[in-house]
Design a protein around this ligand. Structure first.
Ligand code: ASP
Ligand code: MG
Length: 422
């Protein structure tokens, strides 16, 4: 039997009617049985759902936001389908369910579980629309619910994969289907042992593609993006970018670790372990070769810039005239872990620990209240973390022009600064 291949289309590739049409054109000559297509929420839908959740949590009226979100999807369907097509009934139904779920009780205690249930609608709605459109275009695919095969623990918003169970489900329920049809499914979502919806972390659909590829022993994964491939910097932020024709798994993983948003950080490891190549290609220029990430790529030393926005620098200073010891570091890390906050940069001095973390709704308050008794705490918000791999000394000053530097760290291969616009 031919080997499975996995395609993943992110939010930008289904952001409006013409994007969905373009997706169908990409599939027109490429669609085969034994293919899995992962589709993520349309455009900025997940952000819109997050805003609805934030409003609900603070007791504000969010009905207008729901209406706007529904109209956004309806407009896309109007562009793609004739009046009276069953997709409109599907859409009504899904929005009824969403509104019904939004009526339920939300507090800070059940926020993560509630979040996962609500944001999953973005993926389900999108995959439903795309599946209907492909079938309408006589590109016959089976719509499947990813939650039936992607099994996770109950760590809502950051759910960990149960690899063994996922593999079993993929092999027993999807493999036989794939022998006859391609499957279209959602990214980013899974289910816990009790069948509750979980999510794998923001932008997690790439990871879904990797999970499905390894669990189905696929031959390759292709991520379709709005860039020509993996570049050495974000072309929206930096001039003169270069595309990599190929990259090793390790280099690609390192770039994503520092925040390169072209691929989700968890995507590379399972593919590297299984030796499955990952292609990053442009949905605007589908014939172009893109970037191939694989085992045998030759090593490069091209300076690579990664920028992470919305960062907070938090400093914990010991208050009792002692010095920083292991127990202090341990204490800070323990609290960070309990709040599921990841440290993007760490610096120690004799009397303080400085960390850089992503901005996340009400997490900073919680962190401060947990550590207030042990440390004197200061923080700065609205910062950027700039990382340069294979830095060239002479190029650094121009990257910092017009910025105040709050923290700096350099090793032979990596240079990092936390900066703020003057
Ligand atoms: N729609 C989800 C998000 O925006 C997952 C993804 O795009 O991969 O985070
Ligand atoms: Mg998305």
């Amino acid at each position: 039997m031919a080997k499975t291949s996995v395609y993943k289309f992110g939010g930008a590739s289904v952001k409006d009617g013409s994007a969905v049409r373009n997706l169908a054109e990409i599939l027109r000559n490429r669609l085969r049985k034994n293919m899995v297509i992962v589709v993520s929420a349309m455009g900025k839908t997940t952000n819109a759902l997050e805003s609805i959740l934030a409003k609900k949590l603070s007791g504000e009226d969010f009905s207008l936001n729901c209406t706007i979100l529904k109209e956004f999807h309806q407009d896309i369907c109007q562009e793609l389908f004739p009046a009276g097509h069953p997709v409109f009934a599907h859409l009504d139904n899904l929005f009824l369910q969403l509104n019904n779920d939004l009526e339920k009780k939300l507090s800070r205690d059940n926020y993560d579980e509630f979040y996962d249930r609500i944001v999953s609608y973005g993926e389900v709605i999108s995959s439903r629309i795309v599946a209907e459109y492909l079938c309408y275009q006589e590109l016959i695919i089976l719509w499947q619910d990813a939650r039936e095969v992607i099994h996770t623990d109950s760590d809502f918003r950051f759910a960990k994969i149960d690899w063994e169970k996922t593999r079993k489900s993929c092999q027993s329920s999807w493999k036989p289907l794939l022998a006859n049809f391609p499957i279209l499914t959602q990214g980013f979502i899974g289910s816990d042992p009790k069948g509750r919806t979980t999510t794998l972390g923001r932008e997690g659909s790439d990871f879904t593609a990797a999970i499905l590829a390894t669990s189905l022993d696929a031959a390759s994964v292709t991520i379709w993006k709005d860039v020509p491939g993996v570049l050495n910097a974000d072309p929206k932020l930096f001039p003169n970018t270069r595309k990599f024709d190929e990259l090793g798994y390790r280099e690609a993983a390192e770039m994503t670790y520092f925040g390169a948003s072209v691929i989700h950080p968890k995507t590379i490891k399972p593919l590297a372990n299984a030796g499955i190549p990952l292609f990053v290609k442009s949905f605007l220029d589908p014939e172009a070769p893109g970037t191939k990430i694989h085992e045998h790529a030759s090593v490069h030393h091209v300076p690579t810039i990664v920028l992470k926005k919305d960062q907070i620098l938090v400093s914990f200073k010991v208050t009792d005239f002692t010095f920083i010891e292991e127990k202090h570091i341990h204490s800070v890390y323990e609290k960070l872990q309990s709040l599921k906050l990841r440290v993007n940069m760490l610096q120690l001095s004799a009397i303080s620990i400085s960390i850089v973390i992503d901005t996340q709704l009400f997490k900073l308050d919680q962190l401060i209240s947990k550590l207030r008794d042990e440390f004197e705490i200061r923080y700065n918000e609205g910062l950027e973390l700039l990382t340069i791999l294979h830095q060239q000394e002479e190029e650094i000053p121009s990257l910092l022009e017009g910025y105040e530097v709050l923290l700096e760290q350099a090793s032979r291969n990596t240079f990092q600064v936390v900066r703020r616009k003057n």
